[in-house]
Design a binder for this molecule. Sequence first.
Ligand SMILES: Nc1ncnc2c1ncn2[C@@H]1O[C@H](COP(=O)(O)OP(=O)(O)OP(=O)(O)O)[C@@H](O)[C@H]1O
Ligand SMILES: [Mg+2]
Length: 159
Amino acid sequence: MKERVPVKGVSFPLPTLNATRRLARLLSAHLAGNEVVLLSGELGAGKTTFTRFLAEALGIDPSWVSSPSFTLVQRYPPGKRGLAITHVDLYRLPEGSDLEPLGLHEILASPDLVVVEWPASAEQFWAESQRPLIRVAFTGIGRQRSASVEGLAMSQSKS
Ligand SMILES: Nc1ncnc2c1ncn2[C@@H]1O[C@H](COP(=O)(O)OP(=O)(O)OP(=O)(O)O)[C@@H](O)[C@H]1O
Ligand SMILES: [Mg+2]
């Protein structure tokens, strides 16, 4: 019998862009669509790249995915899997600013898959949300890049 089991801190080496693409595909195959995918890691760690490959895996045009400049929130309409992505990037959110105008409550209440870069400043929103949280933490540079994935519910055989 199969059941969906949350995965705890599984590490994936990401030495190439293709490795990131494969991880995005793997993640997309296990998404129910109601999750919030929280992407952490330093500047240039590969968060937007991963989001682009995740969009691609869901049949969304990956060229729509960019690092938001003025808007902190971008929405990519549903692709072949019928799933839209709301992409939030809080890097440019000034410290201590009011989160209310960002409409995070509405975003979390929407049917979209929510993908967040620099999620720390709105941690309470994610924590209080009813949605499953998937945390992907990117570390390392060059061939030493890797990502640790936590919270993804994967089908596993019950023993
Ligand atoms: N697995 C990988 N292998 C090789 N290069 C990668 C990999 N992942 C990302 N890169 C490259 O690293 C650079 C930075 O990636 P990206 O913009 O995705 O980082 P980011 O985490 O979104 O940065 P920021 O914090 O500025 O938003 C890009 O040029 C991208 O092509
Ligand atoms: Mg980015």
